[in-house]
Design a protein around this ligand. Structure first.
Ligand SMILES: *Cc1c(COP(=O)(O)O)cnc(C)c1O
Length: 450
């Protein structure tokens, strides 16, 4: 019989619940604090920014949360997503390891982001919100929210980091095609933007600045709420459909992962794949090593501090206990725009502190080499972000080659690079290099922690 390449679930077998890892952890994560009082934030503090349903999910201690039928209906446009066995990559590496990847590039915008954009738009619309604001870097999140807003009839206004707005016109066109309005950030439209421009008229922006602008707008306008594409508990919750599907697909494959790797920007695709496997690990049903992979240029888990910090540059958000490089840290302009965030999800940070996952940082040259290797064997050109996971996956597979271990590796392939091809162009032209991130730079930005 021919060897299988992909494992596809029937629509009828798509999971109908998200998994909340919090009740299964040995200790609960520390709560977010109000930036003024430094007391734990209550639902009222968050109400100007988020609808009640999402606030309830943010603090939920229920193990499972039903996915609304309206959301399942939109998910069915591309879900369940395929799990592939990377046989050609295994062969090219000459490894005895078995490599699997869960591919989220089949979504309408080419990444995992719609898994949370769709429920966020749904809950906002259900509570009478008419307009959403958000930030975006390279544009993956902005295009996902623009798509979801179109589905549920919401206006969508996006502040896009200036550098990407200028360099990556296609994502902006995608957002506009879905009906969103896109502003370069910093902008003259908000107090936070004007303050940055006054100090530095040529500012190319950062995610932290763009978040300040979007939050400020949502807090001030009627019927407007803010949506965040990563970091928060409810976002990671929505992404767990990835891991729940993958568990079912591993049953089809008759295999069990020994190592799980995913790239981490704010932690949502990694948490989404890993948490259902972490549940199985904590219950003693499997024992995979779970590894987060971050860029050497923005190493929040491996070199950041575990401390309360703001989610944005202006200090408008609640204080989150997380691995952080400092809220005004501006990373090198590496091509993996989705991994250039100063903080890490509080849940992932907490789980890392508990010793339940490990983390490595990899420079972008090695990552693009892995991306090209993957493209030439498996035929999918990975987005610059998941090339980090692939680089770690290849490292593990090559270790297996040395030791002869037949490990089973599962990697999160969270998006394709069809709108990021200039990054591959730069790599192929030899224009990509790694810059060291000196300790002094980190010390300086960490000195600004609240
Ligand atoms: C946004 C994004 C990331 C980083 O965000 P996480 O929340 O860490 O997943 C990674 N990969 C892709 C393709 C993205 O769009």
């Amino acid at each position: 019989m021919a060897e299988r390449t992909k494992y596809i679930l029937d629509e009828a077998d798509m999971p109908t619940r998200w998994y909340n890892v919090v009740p299964d952890l040995p200790e609960p994560p520390p709560p977010p604090l109000h930036p003024g009082t430094r007391e734990p934030v209550g639902p009222d503090d968050l109400a100007p920014l988020f609808p009640q349903a999402l606030i309830a999910q943010e603090v939920s201690t229920e193990r499972y949360i039903d996915i609304p039928e309206e959301v399942l209906d939109v998910y069915r446009l591309w879900r369940p997503s395929p799990l592939f066995r990377a046989r050609r990559l295994e062969k090219a590496l000459g490894t005895p390891a078995r490599i699997y990847y869960k591919y989220e590039g089949v979504s309408p915008v080419g990444s995992h982001k719609p898994n949370t954009a769709v429920p966020q738009a749904f809950y906002n619309a259900a509570e009478g919100v008419t307009r959403l604001t958000t930030e975006t870097g390279a544009g993956q999140w902005g295009s996902a929210l623009a798509f979801a807003s179109a589905v549920f009839g919401l206006e969508c206004e996006v502040w896009q980091v200036r550098a990407s707005y200028d360099q990556k016109p296609y994502r902006k066109l995608m957002m506009e095609t879905f009906g969103a309005t896109v502003h370069p950030s910093p902008s003259e439209l908000t107090e936070s933007g004007r303050a940055i421009l006054a100090a530095d008229p040529g500012s190319t922006g950062s995610l932290g600045i763009a978040i300040s602008e979007a939050v400020e707008q949502a807090a001030q306008a009627e019927n407007t709420r803010y949506a965040l594409g990563s970091v928060l508990n409810h976002v990671l919750l929505h992404q767990t459909i990835i891991g729940e599907e993958a568990l079912k697909q591993f049953e089809l494959a008759g295999d069990t992962p020994d190592v799980l790797v995913g790239c981490t920007g704010g932690g949502s695709n990694f948490g989404g794949l890993a948490f259902p496997f972490l549940r199985e690990k904590l219950a003693g049903r499997m024992d995979p090593v779970i590894r987060a992979v971050e860029p050497a240029a923005c190493p929040t888990l491996t070199r950041g501090k575990y401390a309360y910090d703001f989610g944005d540059t202006a200090g408008l958000t609640p204080l989150l206990k997380m691995h952080t490089l400092g809220h005004d840290f501006i990373p090198d302009p590496i091509h993996a725009g989705g991994l250039r965030y100063h903080g890490m999800s509080p849940l992932i940070s907490h789980i890392y502190e508990l010793g339940l996952i490990d983390a490595v940082a990899i420079g972008q040259e090695d990552c693009f080499a892995a991306g090209v290797r993957f493209a030439r064997t498996e035929g999918i050109i990975p987005a610059p972000e998941p090339t980090h996971a692939l680089a770690a996956c290849i490292q593990e597979a090559l270790r297996c080659k040395e030791t002869g271990e037949e490990k089973v590796i599962l990697t999160a392939l969270c998006g394709h690079a069809h709108l990021d091809l200039p990054a591959y162009g730069a790599y192929l032209a030899g224009d990509i290099s790694d810059h060291a991130l000196p300790d002094e730079v980190l010390e300086k930005s960490l000195a600004g922690l609240p």
